[in-house]
Write a protein that binds this ligand. Sequence first.
Ligand code: F6P
Length: 338
Amino acid sequence: MDGNGNSETPELNAPRPRRIAILTAGGDAPGMNAAIRAVVRSAAIAGIEVIGFRRGYEGLIRDLAEPLDGRSVANMIQRGGTFLETSRSPEFRTPAARGLAARNLKRHQIEALIVVGGEGSMIGAAAFSAETGVPVFVIPASIDNDIPGTDYSIGFDTAVNTALEAIDRIRDTAFAYERVFCVEVMGRDSGFIAIAVALGGGAEAVIVPEIPFSLDDICDRVEDSHRRGKRSTIVVVSEGPRTGGVIPVAEALTARLGMQARVVVLGHVQRGGAPTARDRLLASRMGAGAIKAILDGAGPSLIGEDRGAIVRVPLSEVATQRRPLDPSLIELVHQLST
Ligand code: F6P
């Protein structure tokens, strides 16, 4: 295994494909454009044509195909979002729609597919590949960073830095007014963003979907910190039904402390914007790693980063896993906010 996409995934000795496809699926993430650019340009060097499908799996079903060349990806590396557009496609969960998608790929004589997307897109890619035999390579891109098989997914670093910039501003006014702020960050099903933001922003408490919590405990913690002389407080909460969002937390703190806790919902601000240097580098290396995997005749894989090296992990292996959150990081948030 080396830092450029070579690893132990079994290779199938397939002949080099002449044409491949790429799409971006699920929630967009800053750095997706940089990944498409790396794929298209690495493929061009290897003499492989690339067809882009717009709007994720939906575009694969509806055949929204367009050829991409080196010029189509010019001036893209710094742009947030995805110029290929994306969607969440409930239809792709049905074998009938996946069959349609496979027929479209066949008609365009496409021999491999690169999916740039998050956990749900990766699971869809694994099912599609297993069912149709199309070799699919997944480049993990999601601000949530909840994809197994990789230490980082494209977009996470940018989203965390965007949220931290907001937290730093909130901290200024929280300190000046001796206020309590409850800040909601993205991550409906996973708390990687919340924990990174809470740790990096020096929050007093953090609530994530994976770990049960009690509002009473959160109130005790904040009350305690006030007793110890702290006058401003930041509590970070992951959005979504599993945590209940930021409002009940602010209401509980308001009732307990007798002062109005302020609410900030960062929302989709965290998903947009220019990718950070880290995300651009990761996207460029993963994009090139995907083409290397195809040239090596590797089986369907996730192109991940493992302790700094670009690696391939069989899709069938990662599709059944969940990426666990390290609960000791919540303890660290508490420890460092004393
Ligand atoms: O999966 C990425 C993500 O941005 C989550 O962090 C967030 O909870 C969710 O998507 C929001 O989804 P949507 O923008 O489709 O409402």
